[in-house]
Design a protein around this ligand. Structure first.
Ligand code: BES
Ligand code: MN
Ligand code: ZN
Length: 506
């Protein structure tokens, strides 16, 4: 999708469709009757005039995602005018605007419209922020997961060109241009991650994932090393190998390094990703119903690869290394079995109670390796537990932090990025559950507090390094389409992570 900036008066712009936000500015005070007041978020009188009749008819309420399409709007050079509702003005922010842009793309592309212009609301959000949110939302909305439909090309419905109109007071053109570029980089990286997650396991083996990472790294000028079983054994990654050993597909350890000149050497961020390209559960096999979804069990790793792409292009002055542990969790004659004991890279022994609790095993060694590489702060992302879905549903990702300051940074970043995350606890009392009769710890405990148990397990391997864990099991895959996003891989956490990394810039 081409993106370009325009400072034209909206009504004077020639386009297939002009998109303008409408907000509900009514207030319900002291039991008074609701005085509806829907406003068009542009100071261009011609645009307001064109929308006036349909608004006064009460067909337009400003409700979030409500769309109203007018043809040949009087006084406008645009062929169509699309009003998109943004909800209550009081709660409107860049996060809502991002979704509206996605909704506009999805509405228009389904009508075979290929290009449109989106007017940045003039007062509701700062221009640069609004512009960036629109670009991000539009790219996210343009993603179509139907890769292997044989009529994909004939039916290809995509927006080819987006114009973003920044009207109103004088703006710093250079700052706007760079906000647009940043939005584009982040959103294309998010879609790159979604591409990886969308692939089925026969087309995204650990080896193929490593190849994709290598190809991307070469394109953006990142250092990328990929290793197989030999290196994993040589590093004594017994937890990672224990998962990988059951599959005929070799595992891959993917290391991406970004080390810019001028970065402070006391900060070295480590991003660790779970990339189980298919999770059958192993010998503790999963039920058949819904098992096909376990192709997305590599979303954490795919997210970290996408984050590194964005970082390489945005070039913040901070050292970042990503460690992605890719393996397939399979039952076979070579597979690990319940009761087996594995020795992790850190030297700690693990009694395998359930071979389906494999994500924490590959991450344990990934965290140790990131520490060995000198990382001073760690973040991991993983589709780790069904229990986090029980706790938080499909709305919030689970976030765990061993360090309050680091948590604050991350919470601010995720707010900026418009991604919902909810903090869950890591009290010492939960440590009881890790106890094993035969080894230092077990890999799985009781059903209760399962997401916390998994996080407590990981904490043993982050040791004293400040660390954040993101459990994205409930949020990495959209169970159904939303107005702003298709059903399928969401790319959750990528924008927060990019924002978080940028926050450490020296
Ligand atoms: N990959 C799953 C977690 C998962 C569940 C991801 C649902 C996405 C949607 C993970 O490896 C797993 O199987 N976890 C088990 C752990 C249990 C055996 C202790 C779970 O959550 O059931
Ligand atoms: Mn599992
Ligand atoms: Zn898994």
């Amino acid at each position: 999708m081409n993106t370009n900036l325009s400072s034209s008066v909206p009504s004077q712009l020639e386009t297939d469709c002009l998109v303008v936000v409408v907000l509900d500015r009514s207030e319900k005070d002291r039991g008074e009757k609701d005085k509806s007041a829907v406003t068009v978020e542009s100071s261009d009188d011609a645009v307001r005039e064109a929308a006036k009749d349909v608004i006064s008819s009460a067909e337009v309420t400003g409700k979030t995602f409500e769309t109203t399409l007018l043809h040949r709007p009087a006084g406008l050079k645009a062929k169509r005018l699309l009003l998109v509702g943004g909800g209550k003005a009081r709660t409107f922010s860049a996060a809502e605007l991002r979704k509206l842009a996605g909704a506009a793309v999805r509405t228009l592309k389904s009508k075979s419209i290929r290009s449109f212009a989106f007017v940045v609301p003039e007062t509701a959000v700062p221009a640069g922020q609004g512009l960036r949110a629109i670009v991000e939302g539009a790219f996210v909305g343009n993603f179509d997961p139907g890769y292997y439909k044989s009529d994909r090309n004939e039916k290809d419905q995509k927006i080819d060109a987006l114009t973003i109109v920044v009207h109103g007071d004088a703006h710093d053109a250079k700052a706007l241009e760079s906000a647009m570029q940043a939005g584009r980089i982040v959103a294309e990286s998010q879609n790159f991650t979604r591409d990886l997650v969308n692939e089925p396991s026969n087309r995204m083996t650990p080896t193929m994932m490593a190849e994709r990472a290598k190809k991307m790294a070469a394109e953006v000028g990142l250092n990328c090393e990929t290793y197989g079983a030999d290196k994993i054994k040589q590093l004594k990654m017994g937890a990672f190998w224990g998962v990988a050993q059951g599959s005929d597909e070799p595992p891959a350890l993917i290391v991406l390094r970004y080390d810019p000149v001028g970065a402070a050497d006391k900060i070295h961020l480590g991003l660790v990703g779970k990339a189980v390209t298919f999770d059958t559960g192993g010998i503790s096999i999963k039920p058949a119903d819904g098992m096909e979804k376990m192709k997305y069990d590599m979303a954490g790793g795919a997210t970290m690869i996408g984050v590194m792409r964005a970082i390489a292009l945005l070039k913040p002055k901070v050292k970042v290394t990503a460690v992605i542990c890719a393996a397939e969790n399979m039952p076979s004659g070579k597979a690990q079995k319940p009761g087996d004991v594995q020795i992790a890279m850190s030297g700690k022994s693990i009694e395998i109670i359930n071979t389906d609790a494999e994500g924490r095993l590959v991450l344990a060694d990934g965290l140790s390796y990131a520490r060995q590489l000198g990382c001073t702060h760690l973040v991991d992302a993983a589709t780790l537990t069904g229990a986090v879905v029980v706790a938080l549903g499909y709305v919030n990702a689970g976030i765990f932090a061993s360090d309050d300051q680091m948590y604050e940074r991350f919470a601010n970043a995720s707010k900026q990025a418009g991604e919902k995350m909810w903090r869950l606890p890591l009290d010492d009392e939960y440590k009881e559950n890790l106890k094993s009769n035969i080894a230092d710890m077990v890999n799985a405990g009781s059903r209760w507090g399962g997401a916390i148990f998994a996080a407590m397990f990981l904490k043993e391997f982050a040791e004293d390094t400040p660390w954040i864990h993101l459990d994205i099991a409930g949020t990495a895959w959209m169970e159904e389409a939303k107005p702003w996003i298709a059903k399928g891989p969401s790319g959750i956490a990528l924008r927060s992570l990019v924002e978080f990394v940028k926050g450490w810039e020296s």
